[in-house]
Design a binder for this molecule. Structure first.
Ligand code: AMP
Length: 145
């Protein structure tokens, strides 16, 4: 998939938004959904997506929707840092396959970074469901506190 093209309503994140595919939700409101990446590049790797905007990339999304996404990115970055105590936190976003994009519904990555730990390969190495469930429960508890 290139940088330009039509939005495909059958992409995996569109299916997650419609509830056709499950996810490990951390946060949801009318406009934004945040959930754990099932192929995490680090412990706590989280994705934040707009629910209303049928946007493939940062070039397609309206500024108001992007702002709502970024407000949740900031909030959850704080939650991840508070709960998991990483040494750093990376916020990433890719546009077009040559830039590393594999799912063509715009999303922000929040990737906690731990001292001395290299990132796992992007989009490879599925986490164990039990590990994701335990992490989700831990983060939800922190969000509620
Ligand atoms: P990108 O390469 O920036 O398009 O990122 C897509 C991300 O979505 C990758 O980090 C994948 O690991 C992640 N991903 C793909 N399918 C799922 C899924 N069903 N649930 C959660 N994360 C997913």
């Amino acid at each position: 998939m290139s940088l330009h093209g039509d939005y495909d309503s059958q992409n995996i994140f569109a299916k997650i938004i419609r509830g056709e595919v499950p996810c490990y939700t951390l946060y949801e409101d009318d406009d934004v959904l945040a959930f754990l990446d099932v192929f995490p590049q680090s412990y706590g790797h989280t994705l934040v997506i707009p629910k209303q905007a049928a946007a493939r990339t940062i070039l397609d999304i309206d500024a108001a929707s992007l702002s709502k996404v970024m407000a949740v990115v900031q909030k959850l970055a704080g939650v991840l840092v508070a709960e998991l105590a990483p040494a750093g936190v990376q916020v990433m976003q890719f546009n077009g396959a040559p830039a590393g994009q594999t799912v063509f519904h715009i999303h922000m990555h929040i990737v906690p970074r731990y001292e001395g730990d290299a990132l796992n390969t992007h989009g490879a190495g599925q986490a164990e469901p039990q590990q994701l469930e335990a992490l989700q429960a831990r983060l939800l508890k922190r969000i509620a506190s």
